[in-house]
Write a protein that binds this ligand. Structure first.
Ligand SMILES: [Zn+2]
Length: 332
């Protein structure tokens, strides 16, 4: 698997995750989910070759995997979302660290408060925002109709870009049209909103994380994670088997979650081509974190990739992207 970082520039505002927009009021998400990115690429591909063979397309799209396209704050270290294993000051003063505290810090030395668990919301940097607009339906004499007021929220990027990770091969990306200057449409109200274009596609290395003795890795989800137990019931953590598979570890290496920091969400969506809802699964949100104790066999060293895209279920829809790093500190 090769990893690419794709930046997208918005030509219009976007209505993301608003469904068909049939209600009087609808909100927008603050990022573009992986499945919407994938769907937009697929829609464009089919528009250019309507007589193509379904199986050819299935093989092609299965070779590329998409992550969420999020708005990065380049001015502020690139990532405005605090991972769930950080502690955040509830009433911060000037010198409180903006990146929060380690999970085991009980008291902030600056403000004296107890750090709170963050909510994992993807905040937008200044200059980008969710803009409300209100419209009214008119009758034939152009008077406002009673009770027909519509409120729509739109994601406006300003000068910021959307950034998404994509895994696949350079050839697969080119065949799918995932190249510079390709124009795509995201979300609803596509006659007036949702046009973006791909600004750059850059190969990105995946440096391995090497573990030479018992150590704790920090695995942070970058998209939703869907996990079930042996009976199919939802669980907030991947099983050791799932973790081993995703991190590429063999059975001789110990692999246990010692701590998990998660919040529940639902993996769902709307399949535009089929015009039907996708099935819903309980999931844990992006930026959930697992602390995983990895124990290599005596005298051996193991290495795991620092980015994976297959931790759990529904990975073809963009769930299960995660970043692995050494936890560091006393615990490592
Ligand atoms: Zn503080």
């Amino acid at each position: 698997m090769d990893l690419f970082e794709v930046t997208l520039r918005a030509d219009q505002v976007m209505h993301v995750g608003a469904g068909k927009g049939s209600g009087f009021s609808s909100t927008s998400m603050s990022y573009v989910p992986a499945s919407m990115f994938r769907g937009a690429i697929a829609a464009r591909w089919w528009r250019l070759q309507p007589d193509a063979d379904q199986q050819d397309f299935e093989d092609l799209i299965a070779s590329v995997s998409f992550a969420d396209a999020v708005v990065r704050d380049e001015a502020n270290s690139g990532q405005p979302t605090l991972p769930l294993d950080r502690g955040k000051c509830k009433y911060p003063v000037t010198d409180c660290p903006p990146e929060g505290h380690r999970f085991d810090v009980a008291t902030c030395e600056t403000c004296g408060g107890r750090p709170q668990r963050p909510k994992g919301q993807r905040e937008l940097p200044s200059g980008a925002g969710l803009l409300p607009s209100t419209r009214v339906a008119l009758d034939r004499s152009e008077r406002a109709k009673d009770d027909q007021l519509y409120r729509r929220e739109a994601l406006a990027l300003g000068e910021h870009r959307l950034t998404a990770r994509v895994a696949g091969t350079s050839e697969g990306l080119t065949r799918l049209g995932l190249v510079e200057r390709t124009a795509l449409r995201f979300g609803g109200s596509r006659s007036v909103a949702g046009r973006v274009h791909i600004e750059s596609v850059s190969p990105t290395p995946i440096p391995p994380v090497t573990v030479t003795r018992k150590a704790v890795l920090r695995v942070e989800l970058e998209t939703l994670g869907v996990y079930v137990d042996d009976f199919g019931f939802p669980t907030p953590y991947p099983s050791p088997g799932m973790l081993r598979h995703s991190l590429g570890l063999d059975d001789a290496t110990g692999c246990d979650i010692v701590r998990g920091f998660t919040r529940w969400a639902v993996a769902a969506g709307w399949h535009s081509k089929a015009n039907s809802p996708k099935s819903q699964d309980f999931a844990v949100i992006p930026h959930s974190v697992f602390h995983v104790q990895v124990t290599p066999p005596p005298g051996a060293a193991v290495s795991v990739p620092s980015v994976v895209n297959n931790l759990g279920l529904r990975c073809h829809e963009g769930c299960g992207w995660a970043a692995a790093s050494a936890l560091g500190g006393d615990d490592a």
